[in-house]
Design a protein around this ligand. Structure first.
Ligand code: NAP
Length: 320
């Protein structure tokens, strides 16, 4: 299959590119810089120059492919063009500014999905995109058949699921992969490394309350296999869980971080968590177990790589 991958130069994207090429597919990745294009060339993929803010470029990339995996996401202001960024910053309280950024990021993602899916309309070709289990109800194990929950910390991105549902009804084999909040492995620069940085800064490794709240997790190489299987075999409108471990107590994550840094692991209040972790505080406190039982049954996926605590307990996560 000729596969167009956005976010192909990222942490998960590079693993996906390797996985696809290893399985005999031909990959073209979206690249917004020469550096990204060089990464793709090293992996044996072609580069398609453009950014998430250029719908025509996205459409052309998808139109030339037999299937699309959409991983690119605007994770911060730096991913938004300068002119548009200035418009978002000017005027209003810090809360208003954060709200405007959130709205701009999700709107850009929706435009990108619409451009990619529009090129596939009526063709039955696959489009795989991602959401997070952090968008699901807390306090119980989330399953593939449930809808996202408006009270969850990851709700902001739930329009991705709405977009997938809409395009699945228009002749696109659109599927969603809900990834665990920790996709871990070499090169991880996601949420767990931010807690490591916070522990260094505050001289202790914090968990909220008793730290019994659980996070699901998946190794990025297992996630890459899952994303390939969703592309090859996913059913239109299906939701899959990129989850290898249902629920790792957050306190155990904090304890590994503390031990590795020679710092105490301490229970902190929600107020202290807000000071230490800023926008990450609601995620740190969220009880977010998730199951992939149905995904494993439906796609024949079997995660085989190390779990989060074993993977985290290595020097590579703690190089200064
Ligand atoms: N990592 C996790 O633990 C985790 C957990 C749950 C969900 N996810 C989701 O999984 C997806 C992949 O995550 P990741 O960890 O691989 O992210 P990442 O390493 O930060 O990579 C992001 C990718 O998106 C590209 N990108 C960002 N803004 C862009 C723009 N304006 N135009 C074109 N490309 C742009 C980046 O290109 P450059 O190389 O040029 O920067 C990079 O290829 C994301 O949707 C993320 O939210 C990740």
């Amino acid at each position: 299959m000729r596969v167009f991958v956005t976010g192909a130069s990222g942490f998960i994207g590079q693993a996906v590119v390797k996985e696809l090429i290893g399985a005999g597919h031909h990959v073209t990745g979206l690249a917004r810089s020469d550096k990204a294009a060089q990464k793709l060339a090293r992996l044996g993929a072609k580069a398609h120059a453009g950014s998430l803010h250029e719908p025509d470029t996205l459409r052309a990339g998808a139109a030339a492919a037999d299937g699309v995996i959409h991983l690119a996401f605007i994770h911060g202001p730096g991913d938004i063009p300068l002119g548009r960024r200035l418009g978002l910053i000017l005027g209003g309280s810090p809360f208003a500014i954060v709200g405007r950024f959130g709205a701009a990021i999700t709107a850009a993602d929706r435009r990108a999905i619409d451009a990619l899916a529009g090129a596939l309309e009526g063709s039955g070709r696959p489009l795989v995109t991602v959401f997070g289990t952090m968008g699901m109800a807390g306090g119980r194990t989330a399953t593939e058949d449930e809808e996202p929950d408006p009270r969850s910390p990851g709700w902001m991105r739930s329009q991705t699921e709405a977009a997938v549902k809409a395009w699945a009804g228009r002749g696109v084999r659109a599927t969603i992969v809900r990834l665990a909040p920790s996709v871990h492995g070499d090169g991880d620069h996601g949420l767990v490394p931010r807690f490591i940085a916070a522990a260094r800064k505050h001289k202790s490794s914090g968990y909220v309350g008793d730290g019994e709240n659980r996070w699901s997790a998946v190794h990025r190489l297992d996630a890459a296999v899952m994303l390939r299987l969703a592309l090859e075999e996913g059913r239109a409108g299906a939701r899959y869980h990129g989850v290898a471990e249902d629920g790792v107590p957050f306190r155990q994550i904090a304890e590994v971080i503390g031990r590795r840094l020679n710092l105490p692991a301490v229970g902190i209040t929600p107020g202290e968590a807000a000071r230490r972790f800023s926008w990450l505080a609601p995620f740190a406190a969220y009880d977010n177990p998730a199951s992939s039982r149905l995904t494993q049954e439906r796609l024949g996926w079997r995660p085989t790589h190390p779990g989060l605590l074993a993977d985290l307990d290595r020097e590579t996560y703690f190089r200064a």
